[in-house]
Design a protein around this ligand. Structure first.
Ligand code: G3P
Length: 226
């Protein structure tokens, strides 16, 4: 399972890239608005930092097919032809996916709440389908199970698409999808940090350090003990 950052704050992205084995960046219009910066300014900075070949997902905002395609072309022009264009999984979106796929675009189908949306998106040419795990949970359904169903539908129908699960609120949701082996998950910095934020881990490491310092002296580590 690829692990992707769902955020557009460049300093957070740099920090996560420094410490965590991540595979790219996803954004949406709300995430761009939260950055408080001009969309293409921040997106170009992200593209430059993660590199030309890394996965960057950017969403169209237009409502109809023709305008979605124009949004997609501008995204590709500004950020590279390989940029994944996120397209809402609605009627106009399915048509845009088919036309963009015929041009060779990388497509991520987004705003997915039901397995049938994902099935149609994959048939229309999307490489990824993004179910919104936590938002589905909040509707009283089980987001993780729906993502697993989508994964199975893709495999059982030989569709060349993967799940890119989005909208996480806790590490358990991510863990269950990693165990299932879905294609990718994108999570906010807070959720990524929570994967290893745990008092038991900190306490175990502190005990090791304290014990070693008793043996070799305060501040000493393996590199400088006798
Ligand atoms: O792109 C969709 C996903 O990022 C939504 O996440 O946390 O706003 O539900 P959230």
């Amino acid at each position: 399972m690829k692990l992707i950052i769902d955020d557009a704050h460049i300093e957070q992205i740099k920090r996560i890239y420094k410490y965590y084995p991540v595979d790219g960046v996803t954004t949406n219009p709300t995430i761009l608005a939260a950055s408080g910066r001009k969309p293409y300014d921040v997106l170009k900075e992200i593209r430059e930092f993660i590199g030309a070949d890394a996965e960057l997902h950017v969403q169209v905002v237009a409502k109809n097919c023709d305008d979605m395609i124009e949004d997609a072309h501008r995204i590709q022009k500004e950020l590279g032809k390989n940029t994944f264009v996120k397209i809402p999984s609605i009627e106009e979106g399915f048509r845009a996916m088919r036309l963009l796929k015929a041009e060779g675009a990388n497509i991520t189908a987004t705003a997915i709440y039901t397995p049938m949306q994902a099935f149609l998106a994959a048939k229309a040419g999307a490489s990824y389908a993004a179910p919104y795990i936590n938002r589905i949970d909040n509707m009283g359904y089980d987001g993780v199970t729906i993502a697993q169903h989508i994964h199975d539908i893709f495999k059982n129908n030989n569709l060349n698409a993967n799940v890119l699960a989005a909208s996480f609120k806790n590490s358990q949701q991510l863990l269950e999808l990693a165990e299932y082996g879905i294609g990718a998950a994108t999570a906010s910095p807070d959720v990524i940090f929570s994967l290893v934020k745990n008092d038991a881990i900190t306490s175990a490491i502190n005990v090791f350090i304290r014990d070693f310092e008793k043996l070799c002296g305060e501040g000493k580590t393996m590199k400088d003990c006798e």
